[in-house]
Write a protein that binds this ligand. Structure first.
Ligand code: FEO
Length: 168
């Protein structure tokens, strides 16, 4: 269970609520999409494309406003930061965006059905790593932030993170 974190210094919960809502949304759409129907197929892909762009934006905001600052702080304190270094290092979001773009080119019914089968597998795999990833940020990185940043620094950091999510 995630530790209690005062709302004004909790940098992850608000954006993660939005990311989890998006996961619920595409999971629901996947259950009802009929890939043999071109309109269904296109609507799902358009929604998924917007969703993964938003995931990517979320990752960039975290990199810029949280992870870099946390790494710099840990470095100044000579604390090992390997967990933070490995966060967001893979290309999974860009790979998913590429696969979703490819889906727009599937013109025959059979191609769409085959594509839909693979898309489901990839999305299930993504979801199975993305949800624990967010949990790790809440349960491992947030306590590190609380440990090494002042209350004022954290309030500012949280506000920056929220503002960036609203602006983009
Ligand atoms: Fe909050 Fe790295 O996803």
């Amino acid at each position: 269970m995630a530790p209690y974190v005062p709302e004004e210094v909790d940098v992850f919960s608000v954006p993660h609520s939005r990311m989890k809502a998006l996961v619920d949304e595409y999971s629901q759409m996947l259950r009802t999409t009929n890939f043999s129907n071109d309109v269904d197929h296109q609507l799902l892909l358009e929604s998924l494309y917007r969703t993964f762009v938003e995931f990517k934006t979320h990752e960039q905001i975290e990199n810029r406003f949280i992870m870099r600052r946390l790494k710099a702080k840990l470095k100044r304190l000579s604390i090992q930061d390997s967990a933070v270094c490995n966060c967001h290092k893979d290309n999974v979001l860009l790979d998913m965006l590429g696969f979703i773009k490819d889906g727009f080119q599937k013109k025959t019914e059979q191609d769409r059905i085959n594509y839909g089968r693979r898309l489901k597998e990839l999305l299930e795999s993504f979801t199975h790593s993305f949800l624990p990833h967010m949990k790790e940020e809440e349960e491992v990185f947030q306590p590190l932030l609380l440990q090494h940043f002042s209350y004022e620094e954290l309030c500012e950091l949280k506000q920056n993170v929220i503002n960036q999510h609203i602006m983009r």
